[in-house]
Design a protein around this ligand. Structure first.
Ligand SMILES: NC(=O)c1ccc[n+]([C@@H]2O[C@H](COP(=O)([O-])OP(=O)(O)OC[C@H]3O[C@@H](n4cnc5c(N)ncnc54)[C@H](OP(=O)(O)O)[C@@H]3O)[C@@H](O)[C@H]2O)c1
Length: 334
């Protein structure tokens, strides 16, 4: 009897594993969709990607390089960034994906800590001195549900990095983006924006801190920022769009504690159901490179298609107020 039960359990486990594997390899969550056969699509274009050493940013960098772009990786840790850059060069070289002019200059690492306004300013100053053009800015870096910490300037970490650091970065680079037009800004948000609100009375979460709410709030801020910026950029030929990548297997969950015994199950589920970084990066790549979205601005995308937003993400007065307060917080009020 016991033997029969064990055999049944083993058969069930095997069946489950086969089903998960079949699901994983059915290609349902999408492989490379854009530019698969057009390695010259981004030739002559310079792209800046924040947080390009890991997860979605790294996958986006690899694919845009493959499409011929010159890619600047804006990363907070030079060693991690150089390691990722070395791997990208190797992967692309092996795949024969680097064009004839793909020297080291095609992939550039620069230090950028979005938790420090000083670092953002220094980064922009150097970039503006060195780069004659910037065709695409991808605001990708993010921190997720970290314990309560503050940035160098005293902002709650998730709001500070995900929204305010990118807010200053974008504003300081707008002149170069305008002079390089037609150019694009791509903002990586999350569907979890739905659970956030912009509580103007406690933006630094000093009265109370809920790590999930603060992540969602920062991702709602990404969308409101995009929509307000799209208004401000009308007529400039600089577009800005925002996306959610879906659920992707990256290092984003580094602050989430999963009990040791539950880890194998979590790994199996994430392997079966989460997107790979390259799958998750498809919408970023699409918005950065596809001719389909030329001139499209202020929209929200998922899986390379436009999606609807909740009313709270389209509230123009909240978007304007957030913009005005962000200007004061990062010190660029005219
Ligand atoms: N993965 C998902 O399921 C998912 C879902 C929805 C939205 N997103 C969004 O996708 C974006 C990319 O995340 P990911 O999933 O690729 O996670 P990831 O693998 O953890 O990558 C995040 C990147 O952001 C960088 N970063 C964090 N803090 C920074 C700072 N202060 N200054 C500069 N860079 C900083 C990280 O650098 P280090 O490596 O040095 O830490 C890393 O390069 C995020 O905006 C995230 O909110 C992800």
């Amino acid at each position: 009897m016991a033997v029969a039960s064990v055999a049944a359990a083993l058969l069930a486990a095997l069946g489950g594993a086969l089903w998960l594997a079949a699901r994983r390899f059915s290609g349902s969550s999408g492989q490379r969709r854009q530019g698969g056969g057009d390695p010259g699509l981004m030739h002559g274009k310079t792209v800046l990607i924040t947080g390009a050493n890991s997860g979605l940013g790294r996958a986006t960098a690899g694919e845009l390089l493959r499409l011929g772009a010159r890619v600047i990786m804006g990363c907070r840790d030079r060693a991690r960034a150089e390691e990722a850059a070395g791997q990208l060069r190797q992967e692309l070289g092996q795949a024969g994906g680097l064009g004839p002019d793909a020297t080291d200059g095609q992939l550039v690492v620069k230090e950028l800590d979005l938790a420090s306004l000083r670092s953002v300013r220094a980064f922009c100053q150097e970039l503006l001195q060195e780069e004659p053009r910037l065709d695409v800015l991808i605001n990708n870096a993010g921190v997720f549900q970290c314990p309560y910490t503050k940035t160098e300037d005293g902002f709650e970490m998730q709001f500070g990095v995900n929204h305010l650091g990118h807010f200053l970065l974008t504003n300081l680079l707008l002149g170069l983006l305008k002079s390089s037009a037609p150019s694009r800004i791509v903002v990586v948000s999350s569907k979890l924006y739905k659970y956030g609100d912009i509580n103007f009375e406690d933006l630094n979460s000093e009265q109370s801190y809920n790590k999930s709410f603060c992540y969602s709030r920062s991702k709602l801020a990404n969308i409101l920022f995009t929509r307000e910026l799209a208004h401000r950029l009308e007529g400039t030929n600089v577009t800005v769009n925002v996306l959610h990548p879906g659920i992707v297997r990256t290092n984003l969950g580094r602050h989430i504690h999963i009990p040791l015994l539950a880890r194998p199950l979590f790994n199996l589920v994430s392997w079966a159901f989460f997107k790979t970084p390259l799958e998750g990066a498809q919408t970023s790549i699409y918005l950065a490179s596809s001719p389909d979205v030329e001139g499209v601005s202020g929209r929200y995308f998922g899986d390379c298609k436009e999606e609807e937003l909740l009313p709270k993400a389209m509230d123009e007065s909240v978007a304007r107020k957030l913009w005005d307060i962000s200007e004061v917080m990062v010190g660029i009020l005219k």
